[in-house]
Design a protein around this ligand. Sequence first.
Ligand code: CA
Length: 233
Amino acid sequence: MKKILIVEDEPSMRMGLSDNLEFEGYEVSVSSDGQAGLQLILNNSFDLVVLDVMLPSMTGFEICKTVRKKGNSTPIILLTAKGEEIDKVRGLELGADDYITKPFSLRELLARIKAVLRRQSVTTDNQTSAPSSNAIELGRLRVLPDAYEAFSDEEPIKMSHKEFEIIRYLWEHARQPVSRYDLLENIWGYEDDQPTTRTVDNFIVKLRQKIETNPNDPRHILTVHGVGYKLIP
Ligand code: CA
């Protein structure tokens, strides 16, 4: 049974989530305080944490940052309030696996939880049974870079050689900002028809359409303003 921790100070939200997740078959623990939640995460091995951002004694962002700093990779889904939406990229940069904005439907949260848990088990399986050059799982997209095969929602799709190389490069530099010039130099090299940074942007647009559930609100290939892009697995 998968173990989920809910850290949320609002009693009705905490109890509602707890009841529903238990009903879905998860083993649920709860905390209403930031510091206490942090200690629970560090001292237990939860399969996933649903973490509110605005909490007494410590924010969800601070918790996330501290947990990752200590080398703990427990998957975290942040609950942000509407006005905090601007902070979503910050949340992902601090090491959250996903976020969901209040008010949200239970169905949506359950879908996110399942997706994060599935990604987690894929990562763990890969770590124990196969070298890192195997499948890249990114949102709707699954890529076998060595075989030059790609699937979107498990349907085979066509991807160009350049698209494979870009994904592979971003994947190898996951969570780090990669500049357009890095990509030009490493993917295009010194080809005759001089590509521009605009070429890179066009490729990213195409890749987002294959990866992201909503290409206008990307969660996996983020724009780093003035620099380039950052891949969040
Ligand atoms: Ca709160």
